[in-house]
Design a protein. Structure first.
Length: 697
């Protein structure tokens, strides 16, 4: 009895000096062969099958005999070896593209398909003969064609006619792909960057009889060495339980008597620090218990157009590798730019794969109807909720649904007596209540557009900033976006069906919403005639004191006053100050107010200050270090005790509290000042919290 271990290796190489490297290649073959291997297949060895080369293979565990197809060339393209002590395989077929053998009541086909899809049709025809056999059958080798769209990355698009023929052969022969692990792609062109192409050309396929006999059959894709193809090794072994099983909550835990007590004791453990630190510690313990950790290997960075130096700095900060598009995330293909047929084709292939596996001819019409509504139509839901599908892809998907409903198979050219348009009608109209993929895609695009118009979503705010011009019109170009084309196409339908309903009033805007006309008040009134502007006061940083200053002069020059208000990072008023000045000009009084405010902050122990004044000229004078000469010494003494000072200008309409305070100072007697701790009483009548103020100029 044999141990059921099969190894396949494609020896094709890009090297132009095959003879000089033959010894190195042969040694690589010897390194891959293990004592337990039962069958070994080498395709495209690129050396002659003479006794000298066979001795150089160093494969002592293999029988000296071999099988090969003599194609009339100097180098046979398929070699088959077997383990010593194993009965000699019986050759069932030997052709240029495959050698099929029978050994101990199982059939194994070793494949090296031609590069031309036309000549590969002979291979599918020859192998289909063995698909009618009830014996266990394994097909292994290089098929030179991908089965699905995601099996190729880079280069030109997939040749779907060739992939469809391969899929038809797999379906008609009732073959299944064996479980594998290792690299997903088995072939590489050896290039780097945008020229790199990866494909899955090598695989192992088996029928149900083989899967039943060898229930633990799997194969591993090994690393490439001297060839551009990856070797495959398959064996029969029970699949071990993976170690990285995600944490799952089990309902049975709740029924345990001590469940609540364990949770309570864990969360009530004494932790020192602020509340945020305590929460983080408890979550860290939860992560350690559940086994869920942040995986830097699975996380990728997608960077835009920037220099390599900047990219490297970002990668050093996050310790993530840089990813590239397109790629699949949670079953959804992520792309940049236009959505092509190659991007959506894997979803259609998935529908076709589902239909093939159901053996639809054994299901009733009602059963197939239920499967279409509950399974097949939902495969495309998530993708259709993001991308606008191409018409050709929608037609192909609906053809699969049509064939499965009436004939139980994905591909059929039989005629149907019931029009497909009638099938899609509701029950009350004589249909079976199926929905067109086109209608599903259109409705989901309208839902996405509605969310795009929702002002509360952050992603929608980003999209509006990118695709709505300054004039308020929607952009006509995609700007590299894969979803904007679908959103823009549904805008007209969504806008035509928008309306108002009575609510709580939190989402309406008197100024910006449309009420009695197609235009809002904001759009109807010319920008130059807008009578008000939103002015919002800003709070200082944490640990910083904000000083609002202003002056009031009874003439220019004339007797005046200055005022200050001190606030913390939460807007709370620490105190206010008003003082009478002598005969000064407006400009000098504004500069003096800034200096006096900083000096008063330093005397109270505040080292970091933000001074805000409604005099732009005074602020620019301090920025350019060009204040009046008679104030320079006073300014130097005031800022000496401060660690950090920033001075900025604000609108007078946002500085009205200090304006009232400075006017009080102007009417004080000479030499007097007014100082208040906290909010003064007169400000409570002027400055009301959470109240909007209107000032007309």
């Amino acid at each position: 009895m044999w141990d059921k271990t099969i190894r396949e290796w494609d020896g094709s190489s890009n090297s132009r000096e095959v003879d000089r490297e033959a010894t190195m290649v042969n040694q690589s073959w010897a390194d891959m062969v293990e004592e337990g291997d039962d069958l070994l297949c080498i395709v495209e060895p690129k050396v002659q099958q003479d006794a000298k080369n066979l001795r150089r293979l160093f494969m002592h565990s293999m029988d000296r005999e071999m099988l090969f197809f003599d194609n009339g060339l100097s180098f046979p393209n398929i070699w088959v070896f077997w383990r010593k002590g194993l009965s000699t395989p019986t050759v069932l077929a030997s052709y240029k593209q495959h050698i099929t053998v029978s050994i101990e009541n199982v059939i194994v086909s070793f494949v090296h398909a031609d590069w031309s899809y036309i000549r590969r049709r002979d291979l599918w025809k020859d192998l289909s003969v063995f698909g009618t056999s009830n014996l266990p059958w394994l097909v292994v080798g290089n098929f030179n064609v991908v089965l699905r769209g995601e099996e190729k990355r880079g280069g030109r698009g997939v040749r779907w006619n060739a992939s469809t023929e391969f899929q038809d052969f797999v379906d008609t022969s009732c073959l299944l792909e064996a479980y594998f692990y290792g690299s997903y792609f088995t072939w590489c062109n050896g290039q780097m960057g945008n020229k790199r192409i990866l494909c899955k050309l090598d695989r192992m396929l088996c029928n149900q009889a083989w899967s039943n006999l060898f229930s633990g059959w799997k194969y591993k894709v090994l690393a490439r060495s001297n060839s551009d193809h990856s070797p495959l090794v398959g064996w029969n072994l029970g699949i071990a339980k993976p170690t990285n099983i995600p944490f799952r909550f089990c309902n049975m835990w709740i029924t345990h008597d001590s469940f609540l007590q364990v949770v309570k004791d864990n969360w009530e453990q004494t932790l020192e620090g602020d509340p945020l630190y305590q929460i983080s510690c408890k979550l860290r313990r939860l992560k350690e218990t559940s086994g869920q950790v942040f995986s830097s290997e699975k996380s990728k960075l997608f960077l835009g157009a920037m220099t390599n130096v900047k990219k490297q700095k970002i990668k050093d900060i996050f310790v993530f590798d840089e990813g590239c598009l397109p790629r699949t995330y949670l079953g959804i293909p992520l792309v940049q730019g236009r959505v092509t047929k190659e991007i959506l084709r894997p979803l259609v292939d998935n529908m076709k794969k589902k239909v093939t596996g159901w053996a639809g001819n054994m299901l009733s019409l009602q059963g197939r109807e239920v499967l279409i509504q509950s399974v097949l139509s939902s495969i495309s839901i998530f993708s259709m909720g993001i991308y606008k599908w191409l018409v050709s892809v929608i037609k192909e998907g609906e053809r699969i649904l049509h064939n499965f409903l009436w004939f139980g198979e994905p591909e059929s050219k039989k005629a149907c007596v019931v029009a497909w348009d009638k099938v899609y009608k509701p029950y009350k109209e004589g249909g079976i209540n199926l929905r067109r993929l086109k209608d599903i895609n259109q409705s989901l695009m309208m839902k996405l557009t509605w969310n795009f118009l929702n002002p509360k979503d952050e992603w929608a705010e980003f999209m509006r900033a990118k695709f709505i011009t300054k004039s308020g019109n929607f952009s006509t170009i995609t700007k590299g976006s894969s979803i904007w084309a679908g959103v823009r196409g549904a805008l007209e339908d969504v806008s035509a069906h928008l309306g108002w309903v009575i609510g709580d009033g939190e989402c309406i805007d008197l100024w910006r919403d449309n009420w009695c006309s197609p235009l809002s008040l904001k759009d109807m009134i010319n920008d130059d005639a807008i009578p008000w502007t939103d002015l919002n006061a800003k709070l200082p940083h944490h640990g910083e004191i904000k000083i609002n200053t202003d002056e009031a002069a009874r003439g220019n020059p004339g007797k005046g006053g200055i005022g200050y208000i001190f606030r913390d990072s939460e807007g709370k008023i620490f105190g206010s100050f008003a003082q009478r000045l002598g005969l000064v000009s407006n400009y000098t009084a504004e500069c003096k107010a800034i200096i006096k405010g900083v000096d008063l902050a330093a005397s109270n122990g505040w080292l970091i200050a933000w001074v805000e004044s409604d005099s732009k000229a005074a602020v620019e004078a301090f920025h350019s270090d060009n204040i009046p000469w008679n104030l320079e010494a006073e300014w130097a003494n005031a800022k000496r005790s401060m660690q950090q000072i920033r001075i900025s200008a604000t609108w007078r309409e946002a500085n009205f509290s200090v304006d009232a305070l400075s006017k009080r100072g102007a009417y004080l007697q000479d030499g007097l000042c007014e100082f208040n701790l906290g909010r003064p009483e007169f400000l409570k009548k002027i400055e009301i919290l959470m109240q909007e103020y209107f000032q007309f100029c």
